[in-house]
Design a protein around this ligand. Structure first.
Ligand SMILES: Nc1ncnc2c1ncn2[C@@H]1O[C@H](COP(=O)(O)OP(=O)(O)OP(=O)(O)O)[C@@H](O)[C@H]1O
Ligand SMILES: [Mg+2]
Length: 354
């Protein structure tokens, strides 16, 4: 369906895509992950002819689309794109946003286009919003309209560029639910995302990009649980865990708490864990001489065991004070390591207990 051969792209002489090779089969769902600046957006923008690479070739159904004789609008009819910032037509109401392209480019009549648009709005849960203007919608609703608008063109491929990164977790969840449903419909999708759990769940394969190159491609299981390349391992570890450096002199408990909350929300974990985690960190800090330490805080979530592990590591002399029994103390390479665990209780069980 999509075949990318030796693609290279530079901006002002700086290489941002280097020798990209990728095949995407019909119906396949590929997620592209990687650090900011890795080239993820540039790659999918090249597929949609929004960027012009200097070298290489892209084939869509065996048509070499970079060929100057190929009609850009014909290619765009096949490939839909959903952007981080929605890109709706602000001066058009929802239904007109959905019908303008099918009427102009696919030559559908107004009635036919509106029927299809209503069907799609129903699919994304927004049937009652057809006469609203984008400014009257929440971010999550705008993005669902953008997805419906894309589907109105009957694309064979949809490219998503961080469709949820401008949204708060609840609105992101609504959009992810729509994409999840779409993934089951057999359409070919390439999704650039920072939502690791989502990528893991919906994708057939994961592409990890690093410094303009494809560093590793594999199944979600391989990339998330057993990455081969060092760069992939480092990225996955960082993305799936929480790291926070405490420097005694400028420790800010509010910033720590808000980062813990972000971590909990990322995994849909109960927010009230924040106080417990923060409390245990502060308990240890109180035992230490506050102004003379640096401490590395790591949180890891073990989904299968329903546990969150808190690890506190600091260099220096052995701790001499007695730790409460819910902390495990280890000493390794001149470092003090304290570990403690939090059990994630099932909400249902919790209410039964209450
Ligand atoms: N129009 C442009 N002009 C010049 N440089 C650009 C342009 N667009 C992107 N770049 C550069 O190309 C590199 C890759 O950018 P790209 O937007 O593809 O990264 P990304 O992986 O999508 O990052 P993010 O996760 O932050 O969206 C970056 O170094 C960026 O600064
Ligand atoms: Mg990007």
């Amino acid at each position: 369906m999509i075949k990318i051969d030796n693609l290279c792209k530079t901006y002002n002489g700086i290489t941002v895509l280097e020798n990209i090779n990728l095949h995407v089969a019909k119906g396949e769902i590929i997620s592209i992950i990687g650090a900011s600046g890795a080239g993820k957006s540039t790659l999918i923008r090249c597929i949609n002819l929004l960027e012009k690479p200097e070298q290489g070739e892209i084939y869509i159904n065996n048509t070499a689309i970079l060929d100057s004789k190929v009609s850009v609008s014909d290619i765009r009819k096949k490939i839909g794109m959903v952007f981080q910032k929605f890109n709706l037509f602000e001066h058009l109401c929802v239904i007109d946003n959905l019908t303008i392209a099918p009427i102009k480019l696919l030559k559908q009549n107004k009635k036919e286009a509106e029927e299809k648009a209503r069907h799609l709005l129903k699919q994304v849960g927004l049937l009652n919003k057809e006469n609203c203007f984008p400014r009257q919608l929440s971010g999550g609703q705008k993005q669902r309209v953008a997805i419906a608008r894309c589907l109105a063109m009957n694309p064979e491929i949809i490219l998503f560029d961080e469709p949820t990164s401008a949204l708060d977790p609840i609105k992101a969840y609504e959009v992810l639910a729509v994409i999840r449903k779409l993934a089951k419909s057999g359409i070919t999708m390439v999704v650039v995302t920072h939502e690791m759990n989502f990528a893991k769940e919906i994708s057939d394969r994961i592409v990890y990009m690093h410094n303009g190159r494809i560093c590793e491609i594999g199944s979600p299981e391989q990339i998330f649980n057993n990455p081969i390349k060092r760069e992939t391992r480092e990225f996955i570890y960082k993305e799936c865990n929480f790291n926070y450096q405490i420097n005694g002199s400028d420790f800010d408990v509010y910033s720590l708490n808000s980062e813990i909350l972000d971590f909990l929300e990322r995994y849909s974990l109960p927010n009230d864990l924040m106080d417990m985690i923060s409390g245990r960190i502060q308990y240890v800090l109180n035992l230490l001489n506050k102004l003379s330490y640096t401490m590395e805080i790591t949180l890891s979530y073990f989904k299968d065991k329903r546990l969150v592990k808190l690890e506190m590591t600091s260099k220096g002399e052995k701790f001499l004070f007695q730790m409460p029994e819910d902390y495990e103390y280890k000493r390794k390479d001149n470092k003090n390591i304290l570990e403690t665990y939090f059990e994630i209780r099932d909400r249902r069980k919790k209410s039964e207990e209450l």
